[in-house]
Write a protein that binds this ligand. Structure first.
Ligand code: SAM
Length: 456
């Protein structure tokens, strides 16, 4: 389909470094979409996945690959198992920014403020040490479920999902070592993927986005520790949402810009903001294999840290790891457990008091990994456990083929020969999909109803 880009956008870009109108327009007429995925390092296996034909590695990503064609992800069980995330390639550059600005081997507290549906969160989580905490926040309630689903499938223990407005984070002063703001924006960088967005684009909307971006940043910066790192990104080409915001952060918020090294072959364009010469990194679809993207990193000045005592009311206390819990999880002394209503939840021991700190300020949607619900001393295992990295290797597992896996995911599993009565894990290509319970006369499927595949 021939795409006509807004003339006002093209005019506004003409003096911006790296913008070349003719080839930019030509890239927007490209027929074949670029598809890329990023693998989950905690679920890697040597078994080839025929559903994905890998073309080449995304040059700035350790786990990202371009695919030859766009497959039907819905009919690949490994997509549902959290083996990979379908992510646009340019945004995978966040990995380089994190590696160059933070000590990722340390125990960090990281906030992904605008997190749904979870692309950046799953990337960040893959890079953090197990002692680090990742808080994935989304303000829009209807988008928190997809964020929780993607975080659950990724399988990590050290995450908390929250549903809050940026200003709620004022209650957590100087708490985070790193904050990522992947801001809501006018979306011009994704015109190739979503041509309908072209009709919604206007100069007025760019100006509104600029105001909203300033508001979000103004609300959140108090939650960043002195010496902490702020990473700001958009999928817009507009100067007002990118370099102009960087200038504002230096002038109004006193942050210091950080330069990121890039490889010349990557064709990422380094820009400098007009007033304060902040470094920014632009991704143009005519220069590299990816969509439009902008990213910049900043450091908060290293003044003395206030000694903040976070509220400890409604303190979450750990419970003993009883035999009924023990049979479901790996024997790992660094994991602690607590009760939440009927559920038993696992969380890293070294981060345990952070649950209370976060809970005192924010609405928590999901914490760590739910093991299951405790009913009369017996655990009914949760789906989260099945796709987690902490489940016990001694849980009885049945490896199933593609058709059986798809039946399981559609909740119409019928003809499975399962001799082991009771709880069984189903796995496809060595990757867990979920639980079934084998009863004398039937099999109960415990795949979450709301996630089932509807498409035939
Ligand atoms: N980081 C996500 C990812 O990689 O999958 C994409 C985030 S998207 C670019 C921006 C997010 O900001 C959306 O989920 C949107 O709901 C959220 N948002 C919208 N208005 C917001 C506001 N006023 N404050 C904070 N977040 C907002």
């Amino acid at each position: 389909m021939l795409q006509t880009l807004p003339e006002a956008l093209l005019n506004s870009l003409k003096d911006i470094k790296g913008f070349e109108k003719e080839s930019f327009l030509a890239a927007h007429q490209q027929e074949k979409p670029i598809t890329s995925v990023r693998f989950n390092p905690f679920k890697k296996t040597d078994i080839p996945n025929d559903a994905l034909v890998l073309e080449e590695q995304v040059p700035w990503s350790s786990q990202g690959y371009y695919l030859q064609d766009r497959p039907s992800f819905t009919t690949d069980p490994l997509f549902h198992a959290g083996m990979y995330y379908v992510q646009e390639a340019s945004s995978m550059f966040l990995e380089e920014v994190l590696k160059q600005t933070c000590d990722l081997s340390a125990s960090l507290k990281v906030l992904d403020l605008c997190a749904a549906p979870g692309g950046k969160s799953t990337l960040i989580q893959s890079l953090l040490s197990p002692e680090s905490l990742l808080v994935c926040n989304e303000v829009i309630k209807s988008r928190v479920n997809i964020l929780s689903e993607n975080i659950t499938k990724w399988g990590a223990l050290n995450t908390i999902v929250t549903n809050n407005d940026p200003k709620d984070f004022l209650k957590l002063p100087e708490y985070f070592d790193v904050i990522v703001v992947d801001a809501p924006c006018s979306g011009s960088g994704l015109f190739r993927k979503d041509p309908n967005a072209i009709n919604e684009w206007s100069e007025n909307n760019v100006a509104l986005c600029n105001q909203r971006q300033q508001r979000i940043l103004n609300d959140i910066l108090n939650a960043l520790k002195p010496g902490g790192i702020l990473i700001y990104s958009t999928c817009s080409y507009s100067y007002h949402e990118n370099e102009m915001i960087c200038d504002w952060m230096i002038k109004e918020q006193d942050l210091n810009s950080i330069q990121i090294k890039t490889n010349a072959d990557w064709n990422i364009v380094e820009t400098s903001s007009a007033q304060h010469h902040a470094f920014g990194y632009r991704f143009y679809p005519n220069k590299l294999k990816g969509e439009g993207f902008f990213i910049a990193a900043f450091e908060k000045p290293n003044t003395a840290i206030q000694k903040t005592k976070y509220s400890q009311t409604n303190k979450i206390v750990p419970i003993k790891k009883t035999n009924s819990i023990q049979q479901w999880v790996k024997d790992d002394p660094s994991t602690e457990f607590f009760n939440w209503k009927d559920d038993v939840i696992a969380f890293p021991k070294n981060l345990f008091e952070e649950i209370t700190n976060i809970q005192s300020a924010l609405y928590i949607k999901k914490t760590g990994t739910t093991i299951g619900s405790l009913i009369r001393d017996e655990i009914i295992p949760a789906h989260e456990l099945a796709v987690s990295t902490i489940k016990s290797e001694s849980i009885h597992t049945i490896d199933i083929d593609l058709q059986t896996a798809l039946s399981f995911l559609r909740l119409d599993l019928k003809n499975l020969l399962a001799e082991n009565k009771g709880w069984n894990l189903l796995s496809y290509k060595n990757t867990s999909l979920g639980f079934i319970k084998v009863l004398p006369n039937r099999i109960n499927n415990y795949y979450p109803k709301e996630w089932r595949i509807i498409h035939k």
